[in-house]
Each structure stands twice: as structure tokens, then as C-alpha cells.
Design a protein around this ligand. Structure first.
Ligand code: AMP
Length: 318
């Protein structure tokens, strides 16, 4: 791959590392000319097994794997954790290399948002509920996400872009954006990777003390309870049981809600379409999210939270 390297860019361990859009395009032009398929995995870094599962899927399916590494300031509210968000670029590069990434794009903020930047992508409706509720992170959060993902899709022009179901609302927003704006990319949403005790992996888990870390397991437990009780036929009983599980752990959720998995419309009963049950809660210094999808008939579950705790959930429904 021919590439003009700037001071901060380098090629090492088979990975090319670039900070500038021009270099990114130059690196990709060769692959594109050769007709190689391109997979993109957008991340904010501080990689864990959740990220690595996306990188491995991209490696298995695409000729060229691009990972972006960018803590996107526009998706953080003024009182959120942008400044203390965990970062370790050196380790991320090593882990990405091990996972077979070909190209890392790690732009500085000015490269993504130069002076005069004035355009945002707003996906209406979907972004005003759950985490996007104005009393929570607000729709601005998803405007930041949609805008940066649109820019990454524009810069990389991947055939496939990989996201985790850990951020289920983000996946719904991105799918809608891609559909509405005719962006020619396939969106792959992969299962949530969990710690052995069920806690969904997250870069923000690094904020937790041992005691908070133990308490945080109530989120996945509560979702497991929701799944189990929903299997008996009542969604409202399932949510009540889930809330009780959280209460027992002293956790007052920001929300524990059931919504149509695609439209995010609120639901009060099990029905013919897949249901997203999503939870968000502050545990000590960390705002944590988790979710589970109930299948269309509401009685069988695709991948039980409790039983899948020791391994990544199966990928067949991705
Ligand atoms: P982030 O670095 O937090 O922006 O996440 C980058 C990508 O990794 C997003 O598509 C996330 O949904 C995904 N991801 C984060 N945590 C997990 C997890 N525990 N399991 C699967 N995917 C994840």
C-alpha cells in the first residue's frame, strides 16, 4: 500500500496508522482500485472484547479492515465525561494489530470538525426517546453520533460497517440514517459481549470500584429476569420483575423500557415484532447501559442474558 506518512502517521506490525483524511483516502484508493472489500469498525478506543468481536467479524468478512479511533466530542453533553473518557492509544494499536486491522484512522478533533463546520445529521423521533430523552443525554447525543458516523462512512466508503448491539438505540439510528440518506453500506449489528458475571463490556466499566462493579451486575441480571418472566407471557409483569431486581441492588434506573426494536415506539404488550428491552442506570461514577432483544413471539428467547454470560452471544441473528 503506497502512502505518504506524516510525522504522526506510521506503518507497523502490518497496520497503517493515519491521522489525516487525505492519507486515509490515499491508503484506501489502492484497495478500492483493486476491487477489495472494505470493512469499517468505528470506535472511541480503550478497546475491550466487545470492540475486538467487531474487528474479528470485519477481518473474517472483508479484504481490508479499517478501525477508526476517535473520542467524538459532539456526542458528549457539557456535564458528561469527555475529559475523563479513558484513552490508551498505544494499547489500542497493539490490540487492533493482533485482531488483524489493516488501517487505523485516529484523527485529531480539528481534522473532523475544522473551523466553520456547520452541518449535522438529525434522525428525528428515534433520537428523542431512551438515552435521547431531553431529560437524559438528549437528542444532541445522537446528532453527534449520526454526524460523525456519516462522516466516517463518507471518508472510508466501506462496503460493511460494524456496530455492537450494546448500543441498540445507536444501531437503530444509524440504520435509519443509512436508509434515509441512501448511504451505500451494509450495517452489521453484532451481539453484546459480556464479562463472565454478565456485565456488558464497556470502556466506562473502568470507572467502577470493586463494590460498584459488583452492583453493576444487577443490570444484566434484571434483563435476564425480564426475559424469563416475558417468556411466561406478560411484558408488564416482566418489566416489574426487572425493576424489582434493580431495586434489590439499590439501583434506581434512568429507564427500563420495552420498545419496538426497529421503530423504538413504546410497547406495553408482547406482540408480533421483536422487542428491545433497554436499561440505563448510573452506578457510582459510570452511566451504564444494557439491553436484550425479545423475539417476535415473546415466548422463546434468542440468547439468554444469564446463560450467555460466559461467552459472547451467538452471532447467527446478526
Ligand atoms: P465505543 O468505543 O464505545 O464507541 O464502541 C464502539 C463500538 O463497539 C460500538 O459499535 C459499540 O456498540 C461496540 N461495543 C461496545 N461495547 C460492546 C460490547 N460489550 N459488545 C459488543 N459491542 C460493543
Amino acid at each position: 500500500m503506497s502512502l505518504v506518512l506524516t510525522e504522526q502517521s506510521h506503518a507497523r506490525d502490518g497496520v497503517t496508522f493515519v491521522r489525516a483524511k487525505g492519507e486515509l483516502r490515499a491508503a484506501l484508493a489502492v484497495a478500492r482500485r483493486e476491487g477489495r472489500s472494505i470493512g469499517l469498525v468505528p470506535t472511541m478506543g480503550y478497546l475491550h472484547e466487545g470492540h475486538l468481536s467487531l474487528l474479528r467479524a470485519a477481518r473474517a468478512e472483508c479484504d481490508l479492515v479499517v478501525m477508526s479511533l476517535f473520542v467524538n466530542p459532539t456526542q458528549f453533553g457539557p456535564d458528561e465525561d469527555l475529559d475523563r473518557y479513558p484513552r490508551d492509544e498505544r494499547r489500542d494499536v497493539e490490540l487492533a494489530a493482533e485482531a488483524g486491522v489493516d488501517l487505523i484512522y485516529a484523527p485529531p478533533v480539528e481534522e473532523v470538525y475544522p473551523d466553520g463546520f456547520a452541518t449535522t445529521v438529525a434522525v428525528e423521533g428515534l433520537t428523542e426517546v431512551l438515552c435521547g430523552d431531553p431529560a437524559r443525554r438528549g437528542p444532541e447525543h445522537f446528532r453527534g453520533v449520526a454526524t460523525v458516523v456519516a462522516k466516517l462512512l463518507g471518508s472510508v466508503q466501506p462496503d460493511v460497517a460494524y456496530f455492537g448491539r450494546k448500543d441498540a438505540q445507536q444501531v437503530a439510528v444509524i440504520r435509519r440514517m443509512v436508509r434515509d440518506l441512501d448511504i451505500p453500506v451494509r450495517i452489521e449489528a453484532l451481539p453484546i459481549v459480556r464479562e463472565p458475571d454478565g456485565l456488558a463490556m464497556s470502556s466506562r466499566n473502568a470507572y467502577l470500584s470493586d463494590a460498584e462493579r459488583a452492583r453493576a451486575t444487577a443490570l444484566s441480571r434484571a434483563l435476564g429476569v425480564v426475559e424469563r418472566v416475558a417468556g411466561e407471557g406478560s411484558l408488564s409483569a416482566a418489566l416489574a420483575a426487572g425493576r424489582h431486581e434493580l431495586e434489590q441492588a439499590g439501583i434506581e434506573p434512568e429507564y427500563l423500557e420495552a420498545r419496538d426494536a426497529e421503530t423504538l415506539e413504546p410497547l406495553s404488550e408482547l406482540g408480533p415484532r421483536p422487542i428491545l428491552v433497554a436499561v440505563a442506570a448510573q452506578v457510582g461514577p459510570a452511566r451504564l447501559i444494557d439491553n436484550v432483544e425479545l423475539p417476535a413471539d415473546g415466548t422463546k428467547t434468542r440468547a439468554r442474558v444469564a446463560l450467555s454470560a460466559h461467552r459472547p452471544q451467538k452471532q447467527e441473528e446478526a
